[in-house]
Structures are given as C-alpha cells and as structure tokens.
Ligand binder design. Structure first.
Ligand code: NAD
Length: 345
C-alpha cells in the first residue's frame, strides 16, 4: 500500500497494451518495483506477433504479473478484470499506433483508439481508479512551429487520422475527468525507441535493411527532425507520474505557472520527450557508426500525414518529477543494436 497525500494506493496497476513496446517496458519496471501488474493486450497483427509473444513470455516469468488476452473494447472482459483485481492505477497504452497506417486502415483506429478508450473511461467511471493515465502523442501538435512544443499550445489541427484519434482521446478523457471526478494524466510521447522496439518504426527498419545490405527509405530526403526518446527514460517518467495525481480545481496549489492542469477537472497533459531534437540524417549516421556499416539511402518525398519536426518542452515533467529524459541517441542506438543482434542475428 502506498500513501500519496491523503490517498491510499494498492500497488496494483492495469497496463493495457502490455505486450506492446512501451507496455512491456513499463510493466517490467513496475514489476521490478514490487507492483502487481495486470496486463491486457489483444496481440494485434499490425506487426510481428512473435515479438509480442516474446515480450509477454518475459513478463509471465514474474508471479506478480497476470495476463489477459483481449480487446479493450470488450466491456465484459474489462468488467471481469476490474471486479477481480480492482486496480488503483490504470495506464492505458493499448492503441492502434502509426501515422502512415492510419491512411489505409482508419477503421482500426476508430475501433481501438476511440471505442477502446471510451470503454476504459466507462469502466473507470464505475470503478474510480485513483489515477488514470493515457498515452497520447506528439503528433497532436500537427504543424505547430513554435518550438519547443509545450502542452498549452493549440492542438486542434492534426495532420493524420492517428493524431485525430489521439486528440479525441484527450478530450473524451477530459469530459469524463470533469463529470465523474476521475484523476487523469495524458502523456504526449515523442518518438520512442530502444530494445524490443517496434518493427514498423525507423530505427528497426533501418537496422534490418543495413544489416541485409538493402536500401533504407529516407523520407523528405532526410530533412526531418525528431525528438528521439529512449524507452527506459520514458517509462521512468511514466512511473514517476503515477504518484503525481492531478487534484480537483478547489484543492490544489500552483506548483508550476505553465501547468496544463484543467480549470474544471483533475486532469493534466504532460509531454515526455528528450528535448534534444536530432536531424534524421545524423540519427542514421549514429546507426551506421554503431553497425560499422554504411546505409544505402533511397531519398523519398515527405509522406502524407507526417510532420517535419518535433521538439518537446519538458519543463512540466521536470517540475512534477524532478526528472527528464537524458539518454543520448548514441547511447540509445547502441543499446538497441545490442538487443537487435542478440534477438535476431
Ligand atoms: N512508440 C512511440 O514512439 C509512440 C509515440 C507516441 C505515442 N505512442 C503511443 O504509446 C502507446 C504504446 O505504443 P507502442 O509503441 O508500445 O505500440 P505497440 O503497438 O507496440 O503497443 C500497443 C499494444 O496495444 C495492443 N492493442 C492494440 N489495439 C488493441 C486493442 N483494441 N485492445 C487491446 N490491445 C490492443 C497491441 O497488440 C500492442 O501490443 C500507444 O498508445 C501509442 O499510440 C507511442
């Protein structure tokens, strides 16, 4: 049992998307800190299901982990999980991710992100977890040009349907937080990478192709800038935010003048990023250095729905947790390649 202010927490967390890249790392961290973790994942075939199974097998080694395979849209399954385990913390990471795929398969974003998140909100309304934490994305900043991007900027002009569903999740959650007093934190993640990473993301594809001597597709002719965030930093930030429970408007004192906290709900949005934007071509150079092999580059046009630059302002995260991500791309890529070679080569 953890006591936060006047709130008691039972050390049981539901992590949705637990067999996914970030869910796996977060669940591992929680388990290593003696939490009980209830995992829920539908093992979608958006990318190699064997990788998800391998992550799940590692989590299953810990007796404090219990897995459920199923959809977050499944109301009955959620009822079963909540009535049995009564998680005081819910970290909702399950989603159909990916900017490009949302152009071809928008319905899967409606099902997983809109309906799935709605069901998480409904069950939270019924069981009142002490803190609901939901993953959003830097993609909601669209083409904003005022860098670094902070939580109070306009986010009403998404460039992809993926971003549109994530922004919708944020505002759906705000209304539930207000109406049913559910303390809620929304994270906006900035391009996460690291061991056990996603096969649809750049670092994975680049590594695979460079090792196989096949060309890599470099979008917008390499003129892209990303705030690459190392996964261990990211899940540490999530872990620290779990105990930073947003309070109702009448019961809080101002700790940070640019806090994104809502005027009418126990609801806050927090960026989690490295705040060190890196040019895509420099990122590729680091990978070539670690692999000791040059990439054959296919210079391509910008892809529909993509954005040119991300750069996070993490002052709010720092004010809340005294922590911000610091891992350099050199360190992070080295760790990724170590894992990739051990796992695949
Ligand atoms: N990785 C990044 O760079 C990044 C950046 C911004 C935001 N995010 C968000 O972070 C979260 C986790 O992303 P990730 O990179 O770990 O992706 P991931 O695809 O590896 O993990 C998501 C997991 O959710 C599961 N899932 C999908 N739909 C589901 C459903 N309807 N019901 C139950 N399970 C379902 C999938 O099987 C998968 O294992 C997502 O919400 C994503 O949108 C990720």
């Amino acid at each position: 049992m953890l006591i936060i202010g006047e709130i008691a927490i039972n050390n049981t967390a539901l992590v949705t998307g637990s067999s996914g890249f970030i869910g796996f790392h977060l669940s591992s961290l929680l388990l290593s800190c003696d939490w009980t973790v209830i995992g829920l994942d539908s093992m979608t075939n958006y990318y190699d299901v064997n990788l998800k199974k391998a992550r799940l097998a590692k989590l299953n080694e810990n007796l404090n982990f219990q897995n459920y395979t199923g959809l977050v849209q499944n109301e009955k399954l959620l009822e079963k999980i909540f009535s049995k385990h009564k998680p005081s913390i819910v970290v909702h990471l399950a989603a159909q991710a990916g900017v490009r795929y949302s152009i071809d398969q928008p319905l899967s974003y409606v099902e997983s992100n809109l309906i799935g998140t709605f069901q998480i909100l409904e069950i939270s309304r019924k069981y009142s977890p002490k803190h609901l934490l939901i993953a959003s994305t830097s993609s909601v900043y669209g083409s904003n040009k005022e860098f670094p991007l902070n939580e109070n900027q306009r986010t009403s002009t998404p460039m992809s349907f993926y971003a549109a569903t994530k922004k919708s999740n944020e505002i759906m959650a705000h209304s539930y937080s207000h109406l049913f007093n559910i303390p809620t934190t929304i994270f906006r993640f900035f391009t996460v990478y690291g061991p056990w990473g996603r096969p649809d993301m750049a670092l994975f594809k680049f590594t695979k192709n460079i090792l196989a001597d096949t060309p890599i597709d470099v979008y917008n002719k390499g003129n892209m800038v990303r705030d690459f965030t190392y996964v261990s930093d990211l899940v540490k930030a999530i872990f620290l935010l779990i105990t930073k429970i947003p309070k109702k408007p009448n019961s809080r004192k101002v700790i940070f003048k640019n806090d994104s906290i809502s005027d009418v709900a126990p609801f806050r949005v927090v960026n989690i990023g490295n705040s060190q934007p890196v040019n895509l071509l420099d990122y590729i150079k680091e990978l070539e250095r670690v692999l000791q092999k040059n990439a054959k580059k296919n210079f391509m046009d910008m892809q529909d729905g993509d954005i040119h630059k991300t750069h996070s302002n993490v002052s709010l995260l720092e004010a809340l947790t005294d922590f911000s991500p610091k891992t350099t791309v050199r360190q992070g890529i080295t760790e990724f390649v170590k894992w990739y070679k051990a796992y695949y080569v």
